[in-house]
Write a protein that binds this ligand. Structure first.
Ligand SMILES: Cc1ncc(COP(=O)(O)O)c(C=O)c1O
Length: 408
């Protein structure tokens, strides 16, 4: 008799966005003729940059000719041109990478879910709390945790990110092996300094731990003082894997493209230089036949001067939305964090309300849908995430409604 993977039954979270959708629908059903404004999900809304569109067209055309047609790439690691372009981009941050250290994928979500699979089940996992849910859920499914008890899985070390520590965690008190860090952060909108990352790099080197550094929003950092890659921190290549994405920089949320960096220098217990890189290579080649070559070759235009400028314009557009949301919330007396180097605003719910109570209040009074912070982890309770992805007019309508209708 076939059996299922029982770890799926442990998944307690994962209901966040369906729950939001369900509650929103219930509100709409109860209020015919009323529309809602969605500042909940981190989905991009603006059209692709022109240079990227031209690149994609060119890549499609190349597939129409027998001389330029490409089938499977030699491996699942990515088209050589894209790997090279990505490796070169790191040089801008003073980081030297070999092409073999860069793996192209269909996005950072898959990579952040899959990366744990090349490490043993006996590793202790630490996550920022709150965190992008896939870090925890992938480890639950893999079997590294017990049950969820009061919002926390047994076996996971939660590193609280609170107002007191500026939404960047203290180093773990107990010894941990696999550490997920996201900067700029989803959901808190915080960004880590070099010193903060150095603390974790030093910890990882001392304990032979590995950091999974999710830099999906690195393009949103506007101050070069903040590191865009963990490899800007000395020693990080020996202990960190970086995950990144084209989703939020160039609007590839639906097109799909990302990459990971697994340095040759990275070593863990009984795995010397090159071993972990080789395992990820093996994993990708075994389970993945590569990201779309049309998408990879099309996206190469991002590395041209005009491509870079257009991407920057797109980021600036969303960040202007963030500024508008942040200033409105501050004007009406709410305490708000983030939105300066990340497209997310993290607001403190008024009068100590629970995140879900605030969800209902915001929806019923202003018709704006956001995301309850508690859905990202226990330390998210009492906070609420608003996303700055949206058309300017919609953002303007939403903030106007909040300004006029939210009763504080
Ligand atoms: C922190 C973080 N990492 C990764 C992703 C997923 O990126 P991708 O679209 O490349 O799968 C997201 C998407 O919202 C995210 O917020």
């Amino acid at each position: 008799m076939a059996t299922i993977n029982p770890n799926y039954d442990k998944l307690a979270a994962g209901y966040l966005f369906p729950e939001i959708a369900q509650r929103t629908q219930a509100f709409l059903d109860a209020h015919p003729g009323v529309g809602v404004m969605r500042l909940g999900i981190g989905n991009t809304t603006e059209a692709l940059p022109k240079s990227v569109v031209a690149g994609l067209h060119e890549a499609v055309d190349a597939m129409a000719h027998v001389d330029t047609y490409r089938g499977y790439a030699d491996g699942g690691e990515g088209e050589p041109e894209m790997r090279e372009a990505l490796a070169k981009r790191y040089a801008k941050y003073g980081v030297n990478l070999d092409v073999e250290e860069v793996f192209v994928s269909d996005g950072a979500k898959s990579d952040s879910a899959n990366i744990q699979s090349i490490f043993g089940l006996d590793n202790v996992v630490a996550v920022q709390d709150p965190a992008y849910p896939v870090y925890v859920d992938s480890n639950v499914i893999a079997g590294r945790t017990g049950e969820s008890v009061e919002g926390q899985y047994e076996g996971i070390v939660y590193m609280p990110c609170t107002e007191e520590n500026g939404f960047f965690p203290d180093l773990p008190g107990d010894k941990v092996d696999l550490i997920y860090i996201c900067s700029p952060n989803n959901p808190t909108g915080g960004v880590a300094t070099k010193e903060q990352l150095k603390g974790f790099v030093d910890y990882a080197r001392e304990h032979q731990a590995v950091i999974f550094f999710d830099a999906a929003y690195a393009g949103y950092i506007s101050d070069p003082e903040f590191p865009r890659s963990i490899y800007e921190v000395e020693g990080a290549k020996s202990c960190a894997i970086e995950l990144n994405s084209f989703s939020k920089d160039i609007g590839f949320t639906g097109v799909r493209l990302g990459w990971s960096v697994v340095p040759m220098e990275l070593t863990v217990d009984r795995a010397g230089p090159g071993k972990v890189n080789g395992l990820w290579n093996r994993r990708q080649n075994t389970f993945f036949n590569g990201a779309s070559n049309i998408v990879q070759l099309g996206a190469l235009s991002v590395f041209t001067e005009i491509g870079e400028r257009e991407c920057q314009e797109m980021i600036s557009y969303y960040m202007a939305n963030a500024k508008l949301i942040r200033s409105t919330l501050e004007d009406i007396g709410l305490t708000v964090f983030g939105g300066q180097h990340a497209p997310y605003l993290w607001l403190k719910t008024p009068h100590g309300m629970s995140s879900w109570d605030f969800f209902e209040k915001l929806l019923s009074e202003t018709h704006v849908v956001g995301t309850p912070g508690s859905g990202f982890g226990p330390s998210g309770e009492g906070f609420f995430r608003l996303s700055s992805f949206g058309h300017r007019e919609d953002i303007e309508d939403a903030v106007e409604s909040i300004r006029r209708n939210l009763k504080l």
